[in-house]
Structures are given as structure tokens and as C-alpha cells.
Design a protein around this ligand. Structure first.
Ligand code: UT7
Length: 331
């Protein structure tokens, strides 16, 4: 097993206050119901951010908690890597807003765009920056305001998503320590981009009266196809991360998968031979928070004592792109 370069020194989460249950969709005039949503996805409720609860606001809340638990001040952070599909604006990045908000005056700051796999991508990038020697301490945040980009008239997508942020402080591993990131794996397949995307609103088809009318700047998803690819890709990613860490399924204490749909989680766990009592599930309370889902789940698992010193965790993600990735972390 390789000696880890980076370890997780603290985690945090920033969750908007307002809760929206499955029953609340009736008030929007949508032809849906709790039974359909719960049976197909396992979702019961999600948090929806107010105007004041921006992507940066949620990120800062998560980051401050992670920094306080890691005992790290803003001046000690060398890099801020923020994954988001919902930046507060397109230029400059939300990471620089977070840098300013935290007063992290020494930090390089940039966004990573890899949809729901973004936090795994971001952690891998931060680990690489440590490997190269330019960074000692990094803040890796997944922050998403999905409610701002879903089509609230499309019942097949808007019921699935929620808002929130999760963060981890990564520090350089001590020599000879076995604590830290043991393996990482990342893949993508852009030939499938149009299965889960926002067709308009970028540089090719900028916002216009027509875009607003045909609602093509909102998220569109081919649900069935995405489901199949998610299970296949997350299963592959579990194998690759275990191979990379030279571990077997029975060595894993907890599986923390991306929280899109409990059926995808169950299928992935079954393939990976990890029993469901070792799988962290909170999709019922948050819905799909894209790249925030794994760090939120990790933070809850740490807070509740399911992840403690010595725990070996397998994290696995899949999202638009398609992108997918995984990581074995020893705490
Ligand atoms: O985070 C990135 C990864 N994202 C995912 O992994 C999501 C993957 N996909 C899924 O989780 C599932 O495909 C969904 C939960 C999105 C959908 O479940 P499904 O079993 O694949 O349903 P479906 O899309 O095939 O739709 C079945 C029926 C359709 O009606 P007809 O054509 O059979 O009459 C839909 O119109 O369910 C209808 N439907 C709904 N009915 C009530 C779709 N959305 C709703 C709804 N309420 N909210």
C-alpha cells in the first residue's frame, strides 16, 4: 500500500434552513406524489436555499466548520478547490468569493466542474497539489444550489435535487502514517453529455428570450439511461479504488456513495459486496445535492461516530458528463 500524501483533518457542512417535503410539490401544481418519489428514489425531503443562502454562503458555512475541527486558520490555507455546477456567477469563480469570505489571503482558489463527481475530482486535484510540493493545506468544498437550475415545471427532474455544501480540510500526511487518501480513480465519457445537461445558457447558446421561453437553460435528464450508467460506472469505480489501495470489500468499514437515488446506492453496494449496514444513506433527507452529497454524508458520518480514527471509507460518485470517480480514505 502506498504511503498517503494527504489526510482529512476536519469536515463540515452548510445546509440551508428551509425543508421541502415530497408533499409540498402538490402546491406547485405538479402531477406527482410522495409515493412515486419515495418508491423510485428513496427521497422524502430536501433543503431549498433562500436568495441569501448562495452557493458561496453554504460553502463558507461548511468550510468554517471543517477549518475549526481541523484547527486550521484562514491564513494557513494554500489552496481552495470548490466543486460546483451552480456557481453564483460565471466569472470569476465561486472559489474566489469563498477565499474572500474566509479571508484566506494566501490561498489559490478555483472551481472544478465535474457535476456530481466534483468533490472526488477536487480531492484528487488537491492531493496532486500536495504531491507536487506547492500546497501543505487545502480546503476542498462541494457546494450546490441545484434549486436555481432545475425546471420547477418538470416533475421528472425537480423532485430529485436539493441544496447544500460539504467541506474537508486536507493536510499533508505525516511521514510513515497510514492515515489519509489511499487511492483515487477518475473517469469521464463526454459522448454521453446530452443524457444529463443544460442545453443553453453558455457561450454557444447564450441566454435570450427564446432560451427563457423554451426553458432550455434548465437541467434535462434521460433518467433511465442515466440510472443504468450510474450503476455500471460506480461499480467499476469501487473495484478500481479497492485495487488501487490493495484492499478487498471486507476491508471497507463504510461505503459513502453519491446520494442520487437509493436504488442506485443499493445496486452499487451489492455489486461491491458491501452490506447495506455499512453504507451511509441520507438521500431521504437531502435529495441529490450533486457534488455536495459525499462531503455532507462524510461530515454526518464523522459527527455520529460512524467514521472514527482508523475507519477505512470508500467514496464513490457519478454525475453529468458523464463523470465518475472513487477514493479510499483511512481516517
Ligand atoms: O446525480 C446524477 C445522477 N442522477 C441519477 O443517477 C438519476 C438516475 N435516474 C433515476 O434515478 C431514475 O431514472 C428516476 C428516479 C429519475 C426516474 O425513475 P424511473 O423508474 O426511471 O422512471 P421513468 O423516468 O421511466 O418514468 C416512469 C413514469 C413516466 O410515466 P409513463 O411514461 O410511464 O406514463 C413518467 O412520466 O413516471 C412518470 N414520472 C413521474 N410520475 C410522478 C416521472 N417523474 C414523475 C414524478 N411523479 N415526479
Amino acid at each position: 500500500m502506498k504511503r498517503p500524501v494527504a489526510y482529512v483533518a476536519g469536515t463540515g457542512r452548510g445546509i440551508p434552513e428551509r425543508v421541502m417535503t415530497n408533499h409540498d410539490f402538490a402546491a406547485l401544481g405538479l402531477d406527482t406524489n410522495h409515493e412515486w418519489i419515495f418508491e423510485r428514489t428513496g427521497i422524502v425531503q430536501r433543503h431549498i436555499a433562500s436568495d441569501a443562502e448562495t452557493t458561496c454562503w453554504m460553502a463558507a458555512k461548511a468550510a468554517r466548520q471543517a477549518m475549526s475541527r481541523a484547527g486550521v486558520g484562514p491564513g494557513e490555507i494554500d489552496a481552495i478547490v470548490l466543486s460546483t455546477a451552480t456557481p453564483d456567477r460565471l466569472l470569476p469563480s465561486t472559489a474566489v468569493d469563498l477565499q474572500a469570505e474566509l479571508g484566506a489571503t494566501r490561498a489559490a482558489a478555483f472551481d472544478v466542474s465535474a457535476a456530481c463527481s466534483g468533490w472526488i475530482y477536487g480531492m484528487t486535484v488537491a492531493e496532486g497539489l500536495m504531491q507536487s510540493g506547492v500546497v501543505e493545506t487545502a480546503l476542498v468544498v462541494g457546494a450546490e444550489k441545484m434549486s436555481a437550475i432545475v425546471d420547477w415545471r418538470d416533475r421528472s427532474t425537480c423532485v430529485l435535487f436539493g441544496d447544500g455544501a460539504g467541506a474537508a480540510v486536507l493536510k499533508r500526511a505525516r511521514p510513515n502514517s497510514s492515515r489519509g487518501i489511499l487511492s483515487t480513480f477518475m473517469r469521464s465519457d463526454g459522448t454521453l453529455a446530452e443524457l444529463l445537461w443544460r442545453p443553453s445558457g453558455g457561450a454557444t447558446i447564450p441566454f435570450s428570450e427564446r432560451v427563457l421561453q423554451d426553458r432550455s437553460s434548465f437541467v434535462r435528464m434521460a433518467g433511465r439511461e442515466t440510472f443504468k450508467h450510474a450503476v455500471r460506472s460506480m461499480s467499476e469505480a469501487c473495484d478500481r479504488a479497492l485495487d488501487g489501495a490493495k484492499l478487498r470489500a471486507e476491508d471497507i468499514d463504510i461505503l459513502i456513495p453519491h446520494q442520487a437515488n437509493v436504488r442506485i446506492i443499493e445496486a452499487t453496494a451489492k455489486y461491491a459486496s458491501v452490506p447495506m449496514d455499512k453504507v451511509y444513506v441520507n438521500v431521504d433527507r437531502y435529495g441529490n445535492t450533486s457534488s455536495a452529497s459525499i462531503p455532507i454524508a462524510l461530515d454526518e458520518a464523522m459527527e455520529s461516530g460512524r467514521v472514527t480514527e482508523g475507519t477505512t471509507a470508500l467514496c464513490v460518485a457519478f454525475g453529468a458528463g458523464f463523470t465518475w470517480g472513487s477514493m479510499v480514505i483511512r481516517f
